[in-house]
Design a protein around this ligand. Structure first.
Ligand code: PLP
Length: 367
């Protein structure tokens, strides 16, 4: 008889467990040595494993490997694009939706933030008004999928609109990889940010993808690695792990994440507690994320009780101190306080079984 799991991890959007095949690939890389910039055979071998990983990531999202610049994660990838653009376009104005990840929002003045509607989608009327007002070069930042609600933004439509107004588009696609089939040329943004640890690679890996090879200045000047954009000796084990995880993503069948497990899960949650509200349910969402509120029951209390019962889930955005702040995403959607203060996020992944979700429903319904 199978032994029930001691703990059930339902926080994949925060970080996903490392896949055993990825761990094996990283192990091999950790046991090799050399600096990819060295001309000798050991250096060349390191260079070649980096390029193999670059090819795997490119293949998973339909771009040429030449368009990929490795970075330390999604935060650096977002920073790199904006800082690199500022280095080449002096008067750059940075705009974006009001529900971007903090690593993007940190670069967007409050007056440059475009509203989202109560379904979590960017307000295209507000966007048009903001675009009409632009008089200097600008970049508009729009995430592919929101980390808290899972709502998927119409990035292709927005990219085409922004281009009509002469601007550039940065798409933070961190939560899209592995959860949506991705064809970056069809989406049409100028830059994308990705993070390895959301797809089963080690933490501290990520990349910028620049499909149009738009020339941006370096964001980490120095020894000239990564075609001069991002200097520093490469994190080879991390890059190898990212490449191995991207290969698994590329092999994932389209039916793998079709949303049916989430829909069944949400139906059971609502059947157990009809007073609960699923945030963003009307919009198209990534298939692994449910943001649910029990009005009147504070999120942090829910998270702690669930933790004590063996379930790892999140509330709002957990900042580095571990303190739970009210969610700027739910506030940005204009949701009432009784919902914003009582929402939790459940995000699952490839190793989650239906039994895990059923056990969650049983425990959650007792809160
Ligand atoms: N962008 C989004 C949408 C995210 O969800 C995250 C991480 O949660 C990041 C950026 C930052 O990525 P990283 O943790 O790799 O710096």
């Amino acid at each position: 008889m199978a032994v029930p799991k001691q703990r059930i991890y339902l926080d994949y959007n925060a970080s996903s467990p490392i896949h055993p095949k990825v761990a094996d690939a990283v192990g091999v890389a950790l046991n090799t040595h050399g600096n990819a910039s060295s001309v000798h055979a050991d250096g060349r071998a390191m260079k070649s494993v980096i390029e193999k990983a670059r090819e795997a990531i490119a293949g998973a999202v339909g771009v040429s490997s030449q368009t990929i610049t490795f970075a330390s994660g999604g935060t650096e990838a977002n920073y790199g694009v904006i800082t690199g653009l500022k280095a080449s376009l002096v008067e750059l104005n940075v705009l974006g939706s009001s529900i971007e990840h903090p690593s993007v929002l940190a670069h967007i003045p409050v007056v440059n933030r475009v509203r989202v509607k109560d379904d979590g989608l960017v307000d295209l009327d507000d966007l048009r008004k903001v675009l009409t007002d632009q008089t200097t070069p600008f970049v508009f930042c729009l995430m592919l999928a929101n980390n808290e609600t899972g709502v998927v933004q119409p990035v292709a439509e927005v990219s085409s609109l922004v281009h009509d107004f002469g601007g550039l588009v940065l798409c933070d696609a961190v939560q899209g990889l592995g959860k949506l089939p991705l064809d970056l040329p069809a989406i049409g943004a100028d830059f994308y940010a990705f993070s390895g640890h959301k797809i089963g690679a080690p933490q501290g890996t990520g990349c910028v993808i620049n499909p149009g090879m738009y020339e941006i200045g370096p964001w980490l000047p120095g020894g000239g690695q990564e075609r001069g954009k991002r200097s520093g000796t490469e994190n080879v084990p991390g890059i190898v792990g990212f490449g191995a995880a991207a290969e698994l993503v590329a092999d994932q069948s389209d039916a793998y994440f079709d949303g049916s497990m989430r829909d069944r899960f949400e139906a059971e949650l609502l059947a157990a507690r009809p007073d609960a509200v699923i945030v963003g349910q009307q919009a198209s969402r990534i298939p692994n994320t449910t943001n649910i509120s029990i009005p009147g029951l504070r999120s942090d209390r829910q998270v702690i009780k669930l933790d004590l019962s063996g379930f790892s889930v999140s509330a709002g955005s957990a900042c580095s101190s571990g303190k739970v702040e009210p969610s700027h995403v739910l506030i940005g959607m204009g949701l009432p306080q009784e919902i914003t203060e009582s929402a939790i996020r459940i995000s699952f992944g490839p190793s989650t079984e239906w039994d895990d979700l059923e056990r969650f429903v049983e425990e959650w319904s007792k809160l």
